[in-house]
Design a protein around this ligand. Sequence first.
Ligand SMILES: O=C(O)CCC(=O)C(=O)O
Length: 318
Amino acid sequence: MESLLHSTPFHTTVPSCFIFPPDQLKPATSTAVSLPLVDLSGRRDEVCRAMHPRLRQGSRLLPGNVGHEVSKEFFQLPVAAKADFYSEDVNKANRLFSGTVYDTDGERYWRDCLHLSCSFPVGDSAKGWPDRPYRLREVVEKYTVQTRGRGPGHDYFAGDTAGGDVVLNVNHYPPCPDPSLTLGLPPHCDRCLITVLLPGTVPGLEVAYRGDWVKVEAVPNAFVVNFGCQLEIVTNGILKSIEHRVMTNLRVPRTTVATFIMPTRDCVIGPAEEFIGEDNPPCYRTLTFGEFQRIFRVVRLGSSLNCTTNLKNAQKER
Ligand SMILES: O=C(O)CCC(=O)C(=O)O
C-alpha cells in the first residue's frame, strides 16, 4: 500500500524513480486540440453515419458522465477500506496498484489505478469489485454494459473480436510537486480493440500528432474514443491507433475512467480481406489476441512517436 501515491496526503518532492530524462519529456505544443464531437443522443444509424469519417483520428461522444463521481469517491476512501484490493499481481482480474500494467524496466509513473474486469453477461463479475463506495458495483455494471453497447457495431465486430472481458481502469493522478519531471502514463497505444475514455474536466491527456505532442481539450461529459491496436491490425493500418500519454499537474487530482473493449483471448486477429489486395499486402501478422498480449506485455511500444512503424516492426521481429 505504501507504493500508492494517493496514500500520501501531500508530496513535496518527486522521488528519483519517477524522474525521466528531458528527451523523454518533450513538452506539448502550446495549443490544445479540439477533437470532433459526435452527439450520441440521436438514432443509432445517424450516430454511425456521423462517426464514420471522423473515427479515423478518434472522436468524442456525448453525453455521459456516469461513473466519474463514484470513481473519485473510491480514491477518497480511508486506506483501510481499499487495502484488500491492493495487489502487484498483474494477472489478478481486479486490483488496486500504482504505475502501469506493462513491463517498464523499473520506471515509475505518477498514477494509481483501480483495475476491474467485467465478463459478459456480467454474472458474478461484480462480486469481485469493491463494495464501497456503496454505488460502485451498480454504477460500474451499468457503465460497462452501456459502453460496450456503444462500442463496435453489431455487424462488423460481431462475435469474438469484441467478445472478451471489458476492462475498466479508474486512473487517479494525484497532484505532482514538479510535473515537468515525470509522466502520469508513458507514450502508448492501447492494445485492445477500442477504448472509451471518460477524461473528466482536468486536462492531462496528450496525443502524438505529426511528431509533436498535442494537448487534448477537456470537454465536460464527453468521452474520448481511441482506436486500439487490434482495430489497426484488422484494418491493415487504415485506422491508426493513436499514441497518447498523460501529464500530471501541480494542484488538483485528476481521475479518469478508461474502458477497454477486448477480443476473446483465442480470437485470431489479422488484416481483414476487405483491406488487403495486390496493392495492399498485409502489414501485420495474424495472431491470437492472447499471443498478442503476451508479446506486447514486454515489448515497449510507443518509445517513438510512430506507433504504426513500431507495431509493424515489433511484429516482424517475433
Ligand atoms: O487518463 C487518461 O487521460 C488516459 C488513460 C490511458 O491512456 C489509459 O488508461 O491507457
